[in-house]
Write a protein that binds this ligand. Structure first.
Ligand code: OAD
Length: 229
């Protein structure tokens, strides 16, 4: 069943929970080299370094709590049921901890590992991954369930179907520079959806965005969710 409302979130929704965004001042990619920790080449060059990087991020999740924007989206899901779909580029678990039940983590999930041999083998994993951690289904070496640059994002068939059918597409807390997520607004718009942006910085004269609401996620998202009919 296709949802009436599709929401895409990015790192900005978790910023007020204390998680670093990727770009901009003091962003993750100012501190880490993307080629080393977020590409297949970097992973196969030095698996331990990459596993340790995501172990560090996974451990850090426990120190952060969902904020009012995550809770507002979980409430909206309860109210709209199957008319609502949440897609996130985030690999944190703050949407789930706020009560969201159906979350498509299109860039992967820190609390999951996958298998080097068979990417369909995915399993929940909340400890530190070591060089000895193996896939429980086939015993091949595990890897973080993170979509590295150059790899196809997850759930794309389901996402495209939803974007084709929805009445409204809303993107929240994302710089909209990483494709294919950055193209969702134009795709949804071409199929007739109304497109709304909720972000700290909003695009000027963006031909694909009908409504822009500028502000902090914890302030504008609860207000917007409450008003959604
Ligand atoms: P970015 O770091 O690129 O963008 C974060 C956006 O959030 C920016 O537009 C900020 O203006 C906005 N923002 C910051 N604080 C905010 C707040 N309190 N309230 C509302 N908005 C706020 O993060 P993403 O767009 O999520 O991929 O990045 C997309 C992908 O690039 C990530 O999923 C990650 C990264 O490389 C992978 O790792 C595969």
């Amino acid at each position: 069943m296709n949802p009436r409302l599709v929401v895409l979130t990015g790192a900005g929704i978790s910023a007020e929970s204390g998680l670093r965004t990727f770009r901009g001042n003091d962003g993750m990619w100012e501190h880490e080299n993307i080629d080393d920790v977020c590409t297949p080449e970097g992973y196969y060059r030095d698996r331990k370094r990459v596993k340790d990087f995501y172990n560090f991020l996974r451990r850090g999740l426990k120190e952060h709590e969902p904020n009012a924007a995550h809770f507002a989206l979980a409430e909206l899901e309860k109210r709209l049921g199957n008319d609502f779909l949440l897609i996130t580029q985030n690999v944190d678990d703050l949407h789930e901890r706020a009560g969201s039940r159906k979350v498509l983590h299109m860039h992967g999930d820190l609390n999951r590992l996958t298998c080097e041999r068979n990417p369909d083998h995915k399993f929940v994993f909340t400890e530190d991954e070591t060089m000895d951690t193996v896939c429980p289904f086939c015993e091949s070496m595990s890897r973080p369930d993170i979509v590295f640059f150059g790899e196809p994002p997850l759930y794309m068939d389901r996402i495209q179907d939803a974007l084709r059918q929805c009445e409204e597409f809303v993107y929240i807390g994302t710089s909209s520079v990483v494709y294919p997520a950055a193209g969702f607004k134009s795709f949804a718009k071409s199929y007739g959806a109304k497109v709304t942006c909720l972000n700290l910085e909003v695009p000027e004269n963006d031909p694909y965005t009908d409504i822009c609401i500028q502000g902090k996620a914890t302030e504008i998202v609860p207000r917007w969710c409450k008003a959604f009919k």
